[in-house]
Design a protein. Structure first.
Length: 309
């Protein structure tokens, strides 16, 4: 199998627990697969969001819902990204030159730097998702997609592989800049749709709240909110710049989409800094580096979404 089908199979087989592989793999297929990575992330995020909502509804505990959602995401990815984060932390923490650090990263055991880094990342993710009053499900899907989008950018042309073999050698430098930009714009468009779904109706997080709304559908639809309720004005629309800005600042959709897009940008920015550090420190990217980028972007995106929303 070649073409888009092979790329999808490689993307799913590499980034998830599902054992699917294309018949033949070359760098062209690898490049297309890495361009599809954020869309695999969207599917993973949606699956984890369902776990978040159902677990929260059944248990009445946002914290338990958050723990199970993060656990589901780890299971769906075979925890490989977390393993990569731990290995990279151990490599950086070893203080050795590039060759020595790469050797440390190849070991099967996890050192203290790796353990601490994983614990911090998981705690931040759970804390972000369990915070009451946030659009947790939309933030989770956005974070999962952003984490895989970081892989797309890490595989763009000009980014070398740290080793001559392995996953890094297969995918490094295979994604054209235009493809990475296209994947970013497509992901941002999906995030905007998620923001619309969150702003226009009851949030999945409403099902995770032990108190508050007795019925999540009691929340008024933005289209049914009067102009005076949103803007505070009792007369007609205020077309002055200050009035327009006041109205826009009260728009639930714009607030949500701005928060999610800024969180997405923060996640990609953090991953870019880590990727740059890895290239300088190790000479390029490896499979472990790509996994670390996924977890870094995911964690920062979730944290930023909580702070902004």
């Amino acid at each position: 199998m070649s073409g888009p089908g092979a790329a999808w199979r490689l993307a799913v087989g590499t980034l998830t627990v599902f054992p699917v592989r294309p018949v033949e793999v070359d760098r062209a297929v690898a490049g297309r697969a890495m361009s599809l990575a954020p869309f695999v992330g969207l599917l993973l995020g949606l699956a984890a969001a369902v776990v978040l909502a159902v677990a929260g509804a059944v248990s009445g505990s946002p914290l338990l819902g958050a723990v199970l959602a993060v656990a589901a995401l780890a299971w769906l990815t075979r925890a490989l990204h977390l393993d990569g984060l731990a290995d990279l932390a151990d490599g950086f923490g070893s203080g050795r030159p590039a060759d020595g650090a790469l050797e440390v990263m190849k070991r099967s055991d996890i050192g203290p730097f790796g353990v601490v880094t994983i614990v911090i990342a998981l705690l931040v993710q759970v804390a972000a998702l369990s915070r009451d009053g946030t659009a947790a499900w939309a933030a989770l899907v956005t974070a999962a997609a952003t984490g895989r989008l970081a892989v797309t950018w890490a595989c763009r042309g000009g980014v070398p592989a740290a080793r001559p073999t392995g996953l890094g050698a297969l995918v490094a430098g295979t994604v054209r800049r235009g493809a990475a930009i296209g994947a970013t714009l497509a992901t941002a468009a999906v995030v905007a749709v998620l923001a619309l779904a969150e702003a226009a109706g009851p949030s999945l997080l409403d099902y995770c709240r032990p108190s508050g709304l007795s019925n999540p559908f009691d929340r008024p639809h933005p289209a049914l909110v009067t102009y005076s309720e949103v803007t505070g004005y009792t007369s007609g629309p205020d077309v002055r710049p200050a009035g327009v800005l006041h109205h826009l600042a009260a728009d639930p959709y714009l607030i949500t989409v701005a928060g999610l897009l800024l969180a997405m940008a923060a996640g990609l920015g953090a991953a870019a800094l880590l990727r740059r550090r890895a290239v300088r420190r190790l000479g390029g990217v490896t499979g472990d580096v790509l996994g670390a980028l996924v977890e870094t972007a995911t964690t920062v995106t979730l944290l930023t979404a909580v702070l902004l929303m």
